[in-house]
Design a protein around this ligand. Structure first.
Ligand code: CMP
Length: 147
């Protein structure tokens, strides 16, 4: 059946005017954009979203990057959405993506291992948490769509 994941266009993607082209790529790849929201993260919200990385050396830089401008969060739906969206965005390090995954979204608009333009949930459980994090009002839809 269909599955949902969280997609995000990060501040560099939004400010670089990549959002419309990324959404075109998403739809072309067979995803439905079920919900979307443009939002400005504050430090507390960005820290909570990335709490699993809170002990990493790059965490303070990650939080300031993620709060540097608005992000576009999206609920993406298709069969195997979690795996397929991770495949479409490519590896975390956009410099590596340009070599190993030249057709990926990060190769297209990412800069390096931090400013990598887009985010994708890394598992079904992350997807459930991250969708709830940004779209508290669609929880019952999310559960229904898993069956
Ligand atoms: P994302 O897929 O959203 O998950 C965690 C984010 O932390 C990642 O994308 C990057 O923006 C950032 N990140 C991961 N690894 C590094 C790193 N080695 N140096 C700087 N930023 C990183």
């Amino acid at each position: 059946g269909k599955e949902r994941t969280l997609g995000m266009i990060k501040p560099d993607g939004v400010s670089g005017n990549y959002a419309e082209e990324i959404k075109r790529i998403i739809v072309e790849a067979g995803f439905s954009i079920v919900k979307e929201r443009l939002t400005q993260l504050d430090k507390e919200t960005a820290s909570e979203f990335y709490e699993e990385h809170s002990l990493r050396s790059f965490f303070p830089d990650l939080v300031s990057y993620m709060t540097s401008g608005p992000v576009l969060v999206m609920v993406l739906e298709k069969r195997d959405a979690v795996t397929d969206w991770r495949g479409l965005i490519g590896p975390t390090d956009a410099q590596k993506a340009k070599i190993s995954h030249p057709h990926s979204i990060r190769a297209f608009c990412g800069k390096d291992s931090q400013r990598n333009c887009v985010h994708g949930s890394d598992s079904r459980s992350s997807a459930e948490r991250e969708i709830k994090f940004f779209f508290k009002d669609v929880v019952s839809d999310d559960i229904a769509s898993q069956h």
